[in-house]
Ligand binder design. Structure first.
Ligand code: SME
Length: 148
């Protein structure tokens, strides 16, 4: 399956869902099961000045990240996608799983971040980054439509 086809399956998965928690849960499960090579993927949700752990797939993770801290907090604060090919070279990276080598964080304005980790270095190549951006955009549109 190519990324366009996977995206169609994703759209079908979220089409009839109208609950924020189940959408976030199924989105993290769907991405983890369709993209081999991820060791963690999930959400940190904006609560005041912090990002708090939301639905995810992978090992247990830190529960609270202040805005401006770690890859997640920096991405949300700057509203910028951060693609980190080597987490050991990113000042302030917060290590949850010592196996993680590379990380991609996509900010979702007003919601939080969608965070992806891989045990492979430089894992998030441009086509994969674009696909994950599309998933995040489709999810964001859905979340705005259901408003809960
Ligand atoms: N590495 C992230 C923390 C979250 S974990 O990767 C699940 C960061 O630096 O913000």
């Amino acid at each position: 399956m190519n990324y366009d086809e996977i995206l169609k399956y994703y759209d079908a998965l979220i089409d009839n869902d109208d609950d924020c928690i189940s959408l976030l849960s199924n989105t993290s499960a769907f991405v983890k099961q369709t993209i081999p090579g991820l060791n963690w993927c999930g959400f940190y949700l904006l609560k005041g000045e912090a990002l708090v752990l939301g639905p995810f797939q992978g090992k247990t993770a830190c529960t609270r990240i202040q805005l401006g801290h770690g890859v997640c907090g920096k991405s949300y604060q700057a509203q910028k996608v951060l693609n980190v090919p080597d987490v050991h070279r990113f000042t302030g990276h917060i290590a949850c799983d010592e196996q993680t080598q590379s990380e991609l964080v996509i900010p979702i304005s007003g919601i939080g971040v969608f965070d992806f980790d891989s045990a492979l270095p430089d894992f998030f190549h441009p086509a994969l980054e674009e696909f994950l951006l599309q998933v995040a955009q489709h999810l964001h549109i859905k979340l705005k439509a259901i408003d809960n």
